[in-house]
Write a protein that binds this ligand. Structure first.
Ligand SMILES: *[C@@H]1O[C@H](CO)[C@@H](O)[C@H](O)[C@H]1NC(C)=O
Ligand SMILES: *[C@@H]1O[C@H](CO)[C@@H](O)[C@H](O)[C@H]1NC(C)=O
Ligand SMILES: *[C@@H]1O[C@H](CO)[C@@H](O)[C@H](O)[C@H]1NC(C)=O
Ligand SMILES: *[C@@H]1O[C@H](CO)[C@@H](O)[C@H](O)[C@H]1NC(C)=O
Ligand SMILES: *[C@@H]1O[C@H](CO)[C@@H](O)[C@H](O)[C@H]1NC(C)=O
Ligand SMILES: *[C@@H]1O[C@H](CO)[C@@H](O)[C@H](O)[C@H]1NC(C)=O
Ligand SMILES: *[C@@H]1O[C@H](CO)[C@@H](O)[C@H](O)[C@H]1NC(C)=O
Ligand SMILES: *[C@@H]1O[C@H](CO)[C@@H](O)[C@H](O)[C@H]1NC(C)=O
Ligand SMILES: *[C@@H]1O[C@H](CO)[C@@H](O)[C@H](O)[C@H]1NC(C)=O
Length: 627
């Protein structure tokens, strides 16, 4: 009798294990959130969610990391994505583990629910339901969002309002801890999952999963998988990324921000379609579909390599199609030309970072070696053309090693940073400095006011300002530039000492952050000091309070600020004061109080006219005689 019953039981269980979860019809009992008792364990605890990269918006780690308020690194490590691949686009369906901090939060006197607080800014078109089911992939429900945001009216959300999205999670209880359950992974059941497929994915017995959850979960419910450690995720093999560029302080700047997204369109687009296909086809047989996925990608990889190696032209044509608008403006260089110009990219041709100097048919160029994501820069540079911006002359695609080259005009005299903070600072008299300020202001004015959508440079600093043969300034390195305003990002890029406070605090990207950074450059021009000193103190902090008090007090303060090299040259104090005042107004903490570039250009030009009303002689005279 007994064995029979047991047999029947296991048959039942077996059926339960191999059949997919039923679709959710009725509302789940936990739609409001999973209840908890506040004294359960040592809350808050570390937990993870299982997340699937999805097209079109969530195919790069940066975007997903932003959504969950973690760094890329914190996702790539537990997800078995090597850091060198972390900037590479993901494929649709790629599994990820994302760390969250889980805690038990009381909703009212009688109810506490367990969740991770994730703040999310409402965009246009967002609803609680849409964000829960799409961006957060049903890791929370709109009902629960309503419960934890009692003051918000779901039907009347204003754009930009912060909403807490309670991501469902659980902390192990004391018995589970004793059984070496260290984490609970929040997992949303997909219609094609079976209990068995989930258990084998996580390497835990099915019984432990059922014990830790409510009976009869349905598709799209969140369940919690007790694990002692995270299982090893097998990641699809992706095309190896091009070698990391060495950090390059001057012309190069930091390029890391322009990550996978850009390449995503090109390489991953194709991959992705294939992936989606494979993922959908493997219904019900997760393990098989996984194997297929891997094989598919391997096949795909071979094909890609084939494209790179054999059909390089095709890829090249693709890139060209992408930038076809600017083809007539730009020259397309051949890799052989560049190799010859730089002696095969010899060290001696290296200017800085990944920028080489080369001469082609007697004309000198700066050649910047880049990853494929040059798209972004090309797209932006194609829109900008101004005498105070370093001009892009052309580009080159090397299909053999997935590299792209941007060829810029060669700017003879190097960066403002090296002039101001090097041995040559005395050669920069006040007039020259003022002209540099005006040049940069004009370049920025153009970038801010004459591009649609507006471009924000995001990395204005003295090392991104280059000086040509007649010491006129040009803005370089649009590597971090963003088009479109008032975007919010959590990835703070830019350079210490120049970053606007609101950008650090909220990630707000606007033209006002360039204006702030420009204010710092003005301070450098006046003081000859670096934006951040060796002890890490930032220059702009010291400028607060400058404009308080009477003119006399300001003048005394100014004397402390002024570069000694300028003092020796008897420079016009009123002009320096004007520039200092502009700098201080650019550096206001409240971005709305900062002037626009139009006002800045006006103020600086007025000062220039007042002091140097005629003759361009001193400016165009050879530098070496300027002393
Ligand atoms: C802790 O939880 C137990 C039930 O699990 C309950 O009886 C007890 O009152 C709780 N203690 C506190 C301080 O809330
Ligand atoms: C990361 O890239 C390397 C090549 O650089 C490749 O061998 C490896 O498989 C990739 N790893 C993952 C998880 O994609
Ligand atoms: C507490 O919140 C829960 C979930 O929203 C709700 O069902 C319950 O009625 C509330 N209880 C009280 C006493 O307000
Ligand atoms: C989540 O937010 C709620 C309300 O803002 C707060 O009471 C709770 O302590 C927060 N929990 C965590 C883990 O930050
Ligand atoms: C979330 O659940 C809904 C059904 O409740 C489903 O239509 C949707 O596809 C799910 N989203 C994801 C990303 O699985
Ligand atoms: C919607 O919200 C706005 C501002 O939050 C408020 O002024 C308006 O009265 C609200 N409308 C309704 C119908 O509640
Ligand atoms: C801990 O959780 C397990 C599984 O959910 C349950 O069987 C057990 O009774 C819980 N222990 C305590 C002390 O709450
Ligand atoms: C990481 O993924 C690769 C496949 O991309 C797999 O071969 C390897 O075993 C995994 N590593 C770990 C530690 O799980
Ligand atoms: C995961 O990978 C690590 C190191 O590669 C290995 O020691 C461990 O046994 C693997 N765990 C599982 C569950 O496969």
């Amino acid at each position: 009798m007994e064995p029979q019953i047991r047999h029947g039981c296991s048959l039942l269980l077996f059926i339960f294990f191999i059949f997919p979860f039923p679709p959710s019809s009725a509302q789940s009992p936990d739609a409001d959130g999973y209840s908890c008792t506040a004294n359960q364990t040592t809350a808050p605890c570390q937990a993870y969610v299982f997340y699937r990269a999805t097209a079109p918006d969530f195919l790069d780690l940066a975007t997903i990391a932003d959504l969950f308020w973690v760094s890329r690194h914190e996702i790539s490590r537990p997800s078995n994505i090597s850091d060198s691949n972390a900037t590479f686009p993901l494929v649709s369906g790629q599994p990820l583990f994302i760390p969250i901090t889980c805690s038990c939060n009381s909703v009212n006197a009688s109810v506490s629910i367990s969740y991770a607080n994730l703040s999310y800014k409402i965009n246009s078109g967002d609803s609680f339901w849409l964000v829960s089911t799409s961006k957060f992939q049903n890791l929370t429900t709109f009902q629960s969002v309503e419960v934890v945001n009692p003051t918000l009216v779901p039907t009347n959300l204003s754009i930009g309002v912060d909403v807490v999205f309670p991501i469902f999670c659980k902390c192990p209880n004391s018995t589970q801890f004793k059984n070496r359950v260290n984490f609970m992974v929040s997992y949303v059941i997909h219609p094609q999952d079976t209990l068995f497929s989930i258990a084998s994915r996580f390497g835990v017995p099915t019984s432990e999963i059922t014990a830790a959850n409510r009976p009869n979960p349905k598709a799209f419910d969140t369940i919690f998988i007790p694990v002692s450690r995270l299982p090893n995720l097998t990641q699809p093999i992706v095309l190896p990324p091009p070698p990391e560029q060495p950090p390059a302080p001057a012309i190069e700047g930091k390029n890391r921000a322009v990550t996978g997204l850009a390449i995503g369109m090109g390489i991953a687009g194709f991959l992705l379609i294939l992936m989606v296909g494979l993922w959908v086809c493997g219904v019900g047989k997760r393990r098989r579909s996984e194997r297929e996925m891997k094989e598919g990608i391997e096949r795909q990889k071979l094909q890609e390599v084939g494209i790179w190696k054999g059909k390089g032209k095709e890829m090249e044509m693709d890139l060209m199609a992408d930038v076809s608008d600017c083809l007539d403006k730009y020259r397309v260089f051949k890799i052989e030309e560049l190799n010859e110009a730089t002696n095969g990219f010899h060290e001696r041709s290296l200017i800085q970072g990944s920028v080489y100097k080369g001469s082609i048919n007697g004309v000198e160029f700066a050649i910047k070696k880049m990853k494929w994501n040059a798209y972004e820069q090309l797209k932006i540079l194609q829109k900008v053309n101004h005498g105070n911006l370093v001009k892009l002359e052309g580009f080159c695609v090397d299909p053999d090693d997935t590299t792209c080259y941007l060829i810029y005009e060669y700017v003879e005299n190097g960066s403002l940073h090296s002039w101001l903070h090097g041995s040559q600072k005395r050669k920069l008299n006040w007039r020259r400095r003022l002209r540099i300020a005006i040049d940069v202001a004009n370049g920025l004015l153009y970038v801010h006011e004459h591009t649609r959508p507006r471009v924000v440079h995001k990395d204005i600093k003295s090392s991104n300002i280059l000086l040509d043969a007649s010491m006129r300034a040009k803005i370089a390195n649009f590597g971090l530039a963003k088009s479109g305003c008032n975007a919010i990002t959590m990835h703070i890029v830019g350079t210490q000492g120049y970053i606007a406070p609101e950008y650090i605090a909220d990630g707000v990207v606007s033209t006002k952050m360039d204006i702030f950074a420009f204010g710092v450059v003005l301070l450098e021009l006046v003081s000859g000091k670096e934006a951040i000193d060796e002890e890490g103190r930032v220059l702009w902090m010291r400028a607060s309070g400058f404009s308080e008090g009477k003119e006399k007090e300001k003048l005394d303060r100014l004397k402390n600020w002024i570069d000694e090299a300028l003092f020796e040259q008897s420079c016009p104090m009123e002009s320096v004061m004007d520039v200092m005042n502009v700098a201080v107004s650019c550096l206001q903490k409240d971005p709305t109080k900062r002037p626009s570039m139009v006002e800045v250009v006006y103020a600086l030009s007025k000062s220039d006219d007042a002091v140097f009303d005629f003759s361009d002689d001193t400016l165009s005279a050879p530098i070496l005689t300027a002393r």
